[in-house]
Ligand binder design. Structure first.
Ligand code: PMP
Length: 459
């Protein structure tokens, strides 16, 4: 595999700087499958082991610092160790971490969701985004009395059984390992942007819900037109199908009220996590009161419907709630979303200028506070300055899984002091500053030159 290619200067340089991480990874191999704890952290020859982080940067155990574009897998719109968020967490830690009881914090946290997210008539906290999408689907099935779920190829909604195929493989809708065929048979995959395809599925099947990432998959890696969201809203409403916006990434990031506040299309249910809990674990499903009534003791008793049970040890955990409240208040009261969006727009533009300077036919694109680096595996004729991702299909835009060039790009960027997400690219925060910006631009130029020297880039 190229990533451990012993002739690569990039890999040699990476190994040379990260001996401490390599040693920890060697030990981790006998504890964790592949030595890692999240698929996105799998990068050969070894991951970096991070010891601390601050604002837009993090430091590994070897003392290297990185501009961080993992951003807590998207959770850290306000960067690492935001002082007000940390003060709220410290205050809560001194009062207890779990009461096994209701707290005023959960009320304030839920009210903030209602205030910011247009669809949130009612809110239920979960521990993660995966749990939120799982509950959203269960609510939709209970509400409609129907079984099928429509999803879009490439869209990710966590790792629960109904969502565990069709986002990076199994695009034919067959179940991935460990998922029952009976589960997959109840999930129908559509192509992103294909209104007619969805309409046909709604006509032909008993569909309970349509779920999507309203920015397009992986925070706009495969972009979607806003008009598609409006069309989906119309056809799902007409068919009595529950429309679920998975705003686990986009919520509180695209705008304080997520995509739905930005574009004015209000879904029936919304799933939230990441920024919601201010960098700690937490998620929520929010939406129409009549749908969330299925969890309500009195309302189900009154209507004679069977109630959906929903326990969960860490639902509305007070420490997560404290971090979440502080974070959402800052997002509500400041221009944090706009600052992150502006930084990302400037970064996309400047990185494209670097591509032009270096004569590399890639492109950096994206929307809001994200950037995606298209490394052009199919060797298309690409002009970085006029690249239009909406002209390419999901398979072309997402087809980099395990490929050598994106892997080496990420390693080279680390050698040059930048940690990209695996898209490759990343979410930016509201606290990335000019030093981070310049470091990123220089690192990109340096990394392109390293890749050229290894013959990995066609010019
Ligand atoms: N939905 C989307 C759009 C996501 O990006 C993610 C996580 N990356 C999830 C759901 C699952 O969230 P979690 O990791 O909190 O389970």
């Amino acid at each position: 595999m190229t990533a451990v290619d012993s002739n690569s200067h990039i890999i040699a340089a990476y190994r040379g700087r990260t001996a401490g991480s390599a040693e920890l990874y060697r030990k981790a191999a006998s504890v964790f499958p592949s030595g890692i704890t999240h698929d996105a952290r799998y990068l050969l020859p070894h991951p970096i082991y991070v010891a601390r982080a601050q604002a837009g940067r993090k430091w590994d155990v070897d003392g290297n610092d990185y501009v961080d574009y993992q951003g807590g897998h998207g959770a850290l719109l306000l960067g690492h160790l935001h002082p007000e968020v940390m003060a709220a967490v410290a205050e809560q830690l001194s009062r207890g971490t779990h009461y096994g009881a209701a707290s005023e914090l959960e009320l304030r946290w839920g009210q903030l969701i209602q205030e910011l997210i247009p669809s949130a008539e009612r809110v239920r906290f979960t521990s993660s985004g995966t749990e939120a999408t799982m509950m959203a689907l269960r609510l939709a099935r209970a509400f409609t009395g129907r079984g099928k779920l429509v999803r879009f190829r490439g869209h990710f909604h966590g790792w629960n059984d109904n969502m565990a195929f069709g986002y990076s493989d199994h695009f034919d809708g067959t179940p991935s390992a460990g998922v029952l065929p009976a589960v997959a048979e109840n999930v129908l995959l559509a192509n992103p942007g294909d209104v007619e395809g969805v309409r046909a599925l709604l006509d032909e099947h008993d569909v309970a819900a349509v779920i999507l990432e309203p920015t397009g998959s992986t925070f706009g890696q495969v972009p979607l037109e806003a008009s598609f969201l409006a069309s989906l809203r119309t056809i799902t409403r007409d068919a009595g199908v529950v429309l679920i916006f998975d705003e686990v990434v986009s919520g509180f990031r695209v705008s304080p009220g997520g995509v739905q506040a930005h574009c004015g299309v209000v879904p029936d249910l919304t799933t939230l996590a990441k920024i919601l809990a201010g960098g700690l674990p937490g998620g929520a499903v929010a939406g129409r009161r009549d749908i969330l009534d299925a969890i309500d003791h009195q309302r189900t008793a009154a209507s004679g419907r069977e109630r959906i049970q929903h326990p969960g040890t860490f639902n509305a955990n007070p420490v997560s709630a404290a971090a979440g409240i502080a974070t959402l208040e800052i997002i509500r009261d400041t221009d944090a979303c706009r600052r992150a969006n502006d930084y990302a727009a400037r970064l996309r533009s400047e990185l494209n200028n670097v591509l032009v300077d270096e004569g590399v036919q890639w492109a950096v694109y994206g929307t809001f506070s994200g950037f995606h680096i298209f490394t052009n595996a199919p060797k298309l004729d690409v002009d970085p300055l006029s690249f239009d991702a909406s002209k390419l299909d999901y398979a072309t835009l997402k087809g980099t899984k395990g490929a050598a060039v994106p892997t080496k790009l990420r390693l080279a960027m680390r050698v040059n002091g930048v940690d990209l997400s695996g898209w490759p690219g990343g979410p930016v925060s509201a606290v990335h500053d000019e030093d981070d910006f310049e470091r990123t631009v220089d690192a990109f130029r340096g990394s392109l030159r390293m890749l050229k020297a290894e013959g990995e880039i066609r010019i």
